[in-house]
Ligand binder design. Structure first.
Ligand code: ZN
Length: 166
């Protein structure tokens, strides 16, 4: 989806209506126009970026901080009894608009929203193999084994992941 067709960018430009509840020079919070449940909020950046790896650290921190606070506020505002804070990172994860956002979805017990999955048994050998693979990937990306040390750049792990996004 080219940026010109992006519904969130169109909201930012005022080309399609938006119920914005907050905006500043970096981020916007709006009611989702086609909500999973009443009060479904989206938090997104002003820059058109597709996935979490592309988002600047300070903006991402702000988005997560706001999602945490909004998650509390919807209990009062919308009589929620729970919330889901959701990121769809890539088409395989259900992302349909290629503009990164964090969803805050107020929940009630009988709201019909379904994020449940069928747990699949995993054997010890498979878990061990996967543990080694992700540990090796983290080491490859950081040399220290600490995921906090992944550095953004032209030829690093996160950028390679981004290039795999269709
Ligand atoms: Zn966009």
């Amino acid at each position: 989806m080219p940026q010109a067709d992006c519904p969130l960018c169109k909201m930012l430009k005022g080309e399609i209506p938006a119920k914005k509840i907050y905006e500043d020079d970096k981020i916007v919070i709006a009611l989702h126009p086609i909500p999973a449940h009443k009060g479904h909020l989206i938090i997104f950046g002003r820059e058109h970026k597709q996935i979490i790896s592309e988002i600047d650290d300070d903006i991402l921190k702000k988005m997560f901080d706001f999602s945490r606070k909004l998650s509390s506020m919807v209990f009062d505002a919308f009589a929620a009894q729970g919330t889901n804070v959701l990121i769809q990172n890539g088409e395989a994860a259900g992302q349909t608009i290629n503009h990164f956002c964090i969803h805050v979805i107020p929940r009630t017990p009988a709201d019909g929203v379904n994020f449940e999955w069928q747990p699949k048994p995993a054997d010890e050998a498979q878990l061990s193999e996967l543990e080694q693979k992700i540990s090796a990937a983290i080491k490859d990306a950081t040399e220290t084994g600490d995921p906090g040390n992944v550095i953004k750049g032209d030829n690093n792990y996160m950028v390679r992941q981004l290039q795999r996004i269709p």
